[in-house]
Write a protein that binds this ligand. Structure first.
Ligand code: HEC
Length: 111
């Protein structure tokens, strides 16, 4: 138990320290689907789109005003578009892609 919780804290510190760098997709095995989607987004998407989806770095579209549906979001994640490279290999699994799509949709509701 002690070992487990210190691993958990170490993972959090690692994630915070990297801040969207190249850390592992599944650094925290015990997180909920929502948390996993959010951390996948932070690690793989926030460098261009920003935590709130509005950053617009390298011409990235503002995800908070995006009107795309699940299928369209999935296509862009898998195939990429213009300056956005395909994220399919980086996200590794279909399950991870689904979690990220769910997280992208939560960004739309934020003012
Ligand atoms: C290297 C920078 C970069 C990264 C990393 C990146 N994107 Fe993008 N993204 C872009 C750019 C640039 C566009 C605009 C493409 C276009 O339409 O020309 C875009 C567009 C999108 C769109 C379409 C929005 C719209 O309304 O047209 C979605 C959805 C999206 N990105 C999701 C993601 C997700 C999810 C991730 C992480 C898995 C991600 N992006 C990672 C640069 C990036």
């Amino acid at each position: 138990m002690v070992l487990r919780s210190s691993f958990f804290i170490a993972s959090i510190l690692l994630l915070t320290a990297c801040g969207g760098g190249s850390s592992k997709n599944d650094a925290i095995p015990s997180e909920s689907p929502e948390e996993k989607g959010a951390s996948l987004y932070t690690v793989n998407c926030a460098s261009c789109h920003g935590e709130d989806g509005k950053l617009g770095s390298s011409g990235a579209k503002d995800l908070s005003v995006s009107k795309l549906n699940d299928k369209q979001i999935e296509k862009i994640i898998r195939k990429g578009k213009n300056a956005m490279p395909s994220q399919e290999a980086i996200l590794e699994t279909d399950a991870n892609i689904k979690l990220v799509i769910e997280h992208v949709k939560t960004l739309k509701n934020k003012p």
